[in-house]
Design a protein around this ligand. Structure first.
Ligand code: 5CA
Ligand code: ZN
Length: 409
């Protein structure tokens, strides 16, 4: 699939800083040490509805990761998937009487527009589950042939016992895993499974559902976790720097993905850091397509809201926090954008050298975007009260806010 156009990332004077980030697996902050090419995989959308503020907040977090890396003069190799065939997508298409491929294409197109408007950097490889199927089939065959997967009434399951490191991503106890598995696409109560947690790798063709040639697996469609594993291994390989998504992906998705990959390759780890963004809520409940309590990026854009204000609203919350979307959050972001734009529109101002360092320091410290915003607020306040004579300052602030925060002033 094609992704979306990249907005330019201005180069900044001085040196970028190495990123320290919270890793779910080790439950602590680690300093990432990527090579000259940093590798990141971020789980993409299941395109059955438009991009809501929760999705946007999560993609914003991983956009910041890349901006910090780019500031250290590294290249970034970024891969993202689109889960363009899965149960919720098929169910929604049937509910609304749409063709599932058209639904997926339409919502993916809208996602691209939203990401472009929000100045999220595009992945180099944007891969749909459907296009990944020819690569998924041999992986499932290999797992089966190695004894890490087994057949149950034509479906193929992964055996979680095949990976000695199973459980090390999410650090949950067996009961919590079982509950979350049932909630998030698993089938712990299906009779005949070796372990209730075992996830499906390949689902045999069901009446009225799309299916593909699965070689020795028979016709069917892929499970969810193996989709991301196949795409990540194909384009990044083992031991990439960051696997990203919202906290709701830690288990089972990222746990199972890591185990699939580790069982397949015999190598460890799948990703060096598992990074998870908090959940955005609306009216007290997690914003989710299945619940329908949504604020869409595209709706706000249609209503004339500046995408830069949407982005500032996202940045005003720490990525690991769970937070609530309200009109006041957006209102505050719009006012902030107005103040910042006024401050950089003057020909000169207070020196911004320290500000650039403050933004860098804040982001390097587990992506503390709210602290970065406060630093820019202080510069803008100084500009408003005292002004300054540094002719390069407003331009430097604009470039820094664009390069490091993805906000065009
Ligand atoms: N296609 C899979 C990943 S392979 C999927 O989870 N798709 S999704 O459309 O449901 O979610 C896309 C991303 O948005 C995931 O990282 C998910 O964790 C994140 N996300 C979903 N809802 C919220 C929310 N309310 N707040 C923050 N992030 C969210
Ligand atoms: Zn995924």
């Amino acid at each position: 699939m094609y992704a979306w156009p990249a907005s330019e990332v201005p180069a900044l004077p001085g040196e970028g800083r190495d990123l320290q980030i919270h890793d779910t697996a080790t439950q602590g902050t680690i300093t990432l040490d990527p090579g000259p090419v940093a590798r990141i995989y971020v789980c993409g959308i299941t395109p059955y509805d438009a991009t809501h503020m929760g999705h946007a907040a999560t993609y914003n977090a991983f956009d910041l990761v890349q901006r910090v890396w780019l500031d250290t003069k590294r290249q970034v190799h970024y891969v993202q998937n689109v889960t363009d065939v899965d149960d919720p997508l098929l169910e929604r298409a049937i509910r609304d009487g749409h063709d599932w491929t058209e639904l997926a294409e339409r919502e993916t197109a809208l996602f691209r527009e939203d990401m472009t408007a929000l100045r999220m950097l595009p992945p180099q490889h944007y891969i749909g589950a459907v296009e990944a199927i020819p690569g998924i089939v041999p992986l499932v065959e290999r797992l089966r042939d190695a004894g890490a997967a087994y057949e149950l009434e034509g479906d193929v399951y992964f055996s979680v016992e095949a990976d000695p490191h199973f459980g090390e991503v999410s650090n949950l106890d067996a009961e919590a895993m079982r509950l979350l598995s049932a909630e998030r696409g698993g089938d712990p109560d299906r009779p005949g499974k070796k372990n209730p947690l075992d996830p499906m790798l390949w689902m045999s063709a069901r009446e009225g559902e799309p299916s593909w040639d699965g070689g020795t697996l028979g016709r069917g469609r892929p499970g969810w976790h193996i989709e991301c594993v196949a795409i990540a291994l194909d384009h990044l390989g083992m031991g990439f720097d960051v696997q990203g998504g919202g906290t709701d992906l830690a288990f089972p998705h990222h746990e199972m993905g890591a185990s699939h990959a580790q069982a397949l390759t015999g190598e460890y780890p799948f990703a060096k850091a598992y990074v998870h963004a908090g959940m955005v809520a609306l009216n007290g409940e997690k914003m989710s397509k299945s619940k329908g309590n949504l604020v869409f990026v595209s709706k706000l854009r249609r209503d004339g809201v500046d995408p830069a204000a949407i982005r500032l609203a996202l940045l005003s919350h720490h990525y690991r926090a769970d937070w609530e979307w309200t009109d006041a959050v957006l209102e505050e972001a719009q006012q902030r954008l107005g103040r910042w734009r006024a401050a950089v529109s003057r020909p000169d101002g207070p020196s911004a050298d320290d500000l650039v360092e403050e933004i860098r320091e804040a982001l390097a410290n587990d992506l503390d975007a709210p602290a970065a915003l406060l630093a820019v607020d202080r510069w803008a306040a100084l500009q408003e009260s005292d002004g300054g004579t540094d002719e390069g300052a407003p331009g430097l602030v604009s470039r820094a806010v664009d390069a490091l925060l993805g906000v065009a002033l």
